[in-house]
Write a protein that binds this ligand. Structure first.
Ligand code: PLP
Length: 370
């Protein structure tokens, strides 16, 4: 029998979460962001759940090729754009759009127009409205837009920017106001669709932001972008990945005894401990503190002591019925339907749901819950 740790992908939860994005933005096209192999879920595993999206956004051409191989006919776009001139051949082959955030990319397009006059691209012109990662300054934007507009191989230009603080405050103010103002002023008078919102902006600012194409990522995967301000229950989202394993051993320990490497947990009473087949080599955070929530037989308990490479310990003192073979949910949903939001688990190691779901390692077996 294989080691009992399994990641289960819930396709209905993905479809449900997509419908939440749609309800928020009924007049927008909802693109599903499937970068990082669909946030660690696997593009092929999420596809049936997210098929209804109006398009897909990602970073690697190979991810787009995989979507096309699945039969996807929807618009595809590269969020960071192309990385080299040659990438344009693949964009033609797979009919992919891309962001343009640098002058290099504009040059490559110009060059391409000379050798492939029949190729046409729908591009997303990216403005740096304050995030300071990618994009053109608002002052340069008009000039670049004109330059692109004159290229024969540019069929359409969508105005694009990305918010740094849609999940909270920026300089003491509502996190998107400032960037949205800069953006709106700079695109004034230029035709084209608008693509703004990530999950936090979709959930928190859908009443005030106009965005023809939204880029919905983390919310599709059942993690709240502004946890702990809002939980997935608050946003009506469902976990799309469940990391489940089993108890493989039981230990009875006495007051004063310790558990695991470094004896980081010392019992102050007699305890019943379960050893779970899950460790940091499966992608569970080693930095998770004692007290990180887990479900055993659908009942919430907690980890104790250090996380090892292949194992972790949980408190079964109040769970006398739990035994070797009992189901353990590290995050997601139990087979009985009880939820343990990934955000609660991530918080125990000072990180976010995004990182946990992206970090599940190759040795973990995946299953699809259709
Ligand atoms: C990752 C990404 C998104 C999606 O962000 P979420 O917070 O996961 O919704 C949207 N736009 C861009 C440019 C991104 O890189």
């Amino acid at each position: 029998m294989p080691r009992p740790i399994t990641a289960i992908i819930h396709q209905q939860a993905l479809a449900h979460n997509l419908s939440v994005a749609r309800q928020c933005m009924p007049n927008s096209q909802v693109f599903a962001v499937v970068k990082a192999n669909a946030y660690g879920h696997g593009i092929e595993r999420v596809y049936a759940g997210l098929e209804g999206a109006d398009g897909f956004a990602f970073l690697d051409i190979e991810e787009g090729a995989r979507l096309r191989a699945l039969g996807c006919k929807k618009p595809l776009m590269l969020l960071e754009g192309i990385f080299a001139f040659e990438d344009l051949f693949a964009c033609v082959k797979h009919e992919m759009s891309f962001a343009i955030h640098s002058r290099h990319q504009v040059q490559w397009l110009k060059q391409f127009a000379e050798i492939a006059p029949d190729a046409h691209f729908d591009v997303f012109l990216k403005m740096n409205s304050g995030m300071n990662r990618l994009g053109f300054e608002p002052q340069q934007y008009a000039e670049i837009w004109q330059e692109l507009h004159q290229l024969n191989n540019v069929r359409s230009i969508t105005h694009m920017t990305h918010f740094s603080d849609a999940d909270g405050q920026r300089f003491g103010q509502d996190g998107i106001q400032y960037q949205n103002l800069i953006f709106s002023q700079a695109i004034q008078g230029f035709e084209g669709k608008i693509s703004l919102s990530n999950s936090a902006a979709i959930l928190r600012h859908h009443q005030t932001l106009h965005s023809d194409i939204v880029r919905s990522g983390i919310m599709l995967y059942g993690s709240s972008p502004d946890y702990p301000t809002h939980t997935i229950q608050d946003w009506n989202l469902q976990p799309s990945m469940s990391l489940r394993s089993e108890i493989i051993a039981i230990q009875m320990i006495q007051t004063g005894e310790s558990i695991g490497y470094g004896s980081k947990f010392i019992a102050t009473q007699n305890m019943r401990i379960g050893i779970v087949a899950c460790g940091y080599a499966d992608g569970y955070q080693r930095l998770s503190a004692t007290g990180t929530p887990v479900l055993v037989d659908s009942i919430k308990t907690q980890t104790l002591g250090r996380i090892s490479m292949d194992m972790l310990a949980v408190d079964l003192t109040a769970l006398p019925q739990a035994n070797v073979g009992s189901e353990v949910v590290l995050w997601g949903r139990s087979s009985q339907g009880v939820a343990l939001p990934i955000d609660e688990v991530a918080a125990s190691s000072g990180t976010i749901g995004y990182e946990l779901m992206c970090a599940v390692t190759a040795r973990v077996h995946f299953q699809i819950d259709a």
